[in-house]
Design a protein around this ligand. Structure first.
Ligand SMILES: NC(=O)c1ccc[n+]([C@@H]2O[C@H](COP(=O)([O-])OP(=O)(O)OC[C@H]3O[C@@H](n4cnc5c(N)ncnc54)[C@H](OP(=O)(O)O)[C@@H]3O)[C@@H](O)[C@H]2O)c1
Length: 235
């Protein structure tokens, strides 16, 4: 039975990842900031009582990451897939309007989108080392591609994903010796709270593709920038 850890799994892409992994028989550590209000995750856990575990994990707070690691270490002796999915993209001119940019709100986004995935991976590295062909999948975005944003961009969210891309290359170098494959993955433009109603993909389709990409990864893919449909993206 595959053992999967997902951050930000109470809604959007994270919730659909938890659903599809649960449906195929995996054990899912479905983490989110506030499990008490995660109604859809509770319903999923009820439907798969012994395999879906709700765990509190706020990726912006190291103490929350440490608490979650301690809880999950008590429940499993290995992890096969870690998906760093949680991210924010607040609508705030202090993050995206040149002339109004401010450091603290920008740092809050970098803390969640760029640094959080590294700290989460660090906290679960020992369980990943004991997993079966373990994979770390950092959910990035085309917004993080330097080449695709050659004519300007929205500053903070874009920079946070570009930083995540480089952190992932660093992790890929570190974890390769343990046989762990680490990638960044663009889910496409998906109908979620973040993607909005005009997005081109339903979550079901994007996540079906993502699971297929993760299943097919080999060590040759270590450090790659992939898309939900298996295509490679330019850095
Ligand atoms: N949707 C798209 O079109 C699209 C495109 C490219 C990339 N992405 C990426 O795909 C991932 C998922 O996006 P989405 O569309 O599902 O976004 P979403 O609908 O806004 O959901 C974001 C998720 O992240 C969680 N989260 C935010 N801050 C967190 C924190 N500090 N700790 C733990 N969880 C936190 C949220 O939890 P709360 O409910 O507690 O806020 C929520 O579960 C993100 O990395 C995003 O950048 C999305």
């Amino acid at each position: 039975m595959q053992r999967i850890l997902i951050t930000g799994s109470n809604r959007g892409i994270g919730l659909e990842l938890a659903r599809q992994y649960a449906a195929r028989g995996a054990q899912v550590f479905a983490t989110c900031r506030d499990p008490q209000s995660a109604d859809q995750l509770h319903a999923l856990a009820q439907a798969h009582a012994d395999r879906v575990h709700l765990v509190a994990l706020d990726t912006g707070h190291p103490e929350s990451i440490a608490e979650a690691a301690s809880t999950i270490h008590a429940q499993t002796d290995g992890l096969d897939v870690l998906i760093n999915n949680a991210a924010i993209n607040p609508r705030d001119d202090r993050l995206r309007a040149f002339g109004q940019l401010e450091p603290d709100p920008i740092l809050d986004v970098l803390r969640v989108n760029s640094i959080g995935p590294v700290l989460v991976t660090q906290a679960f590295a020992d369980l990943l080392r004991r997993g079966n062909s373990a994979r770390v999948v950092n959910i990035s975005s085309g917004a993080g591609s330097l080449e695709q944003q050659a004519n300007g961009c929205g500053y903070t969210y874009h920079a946070s994903k570009a930083a995540l891309n480089m952190f992932t290359r660093c992790l890929a170098g570190t974890l390769q010796a343990d046989g762990i494959i680490t990638i960044v993955l663009n889910p496409g433009w998906v109908k979620t709270d973040m993607g909005g109603p005009n997005a081109t993909l339903e979550a079901e389709q994007s996540i079906r593709g993502i699971l297929d990409v993760i299943d097919r990864l080999t060590i040759d893919d270590n450090g790659a920038f992939c898309q939900w449909d298996g295509k490679r993206l330019p850095w």
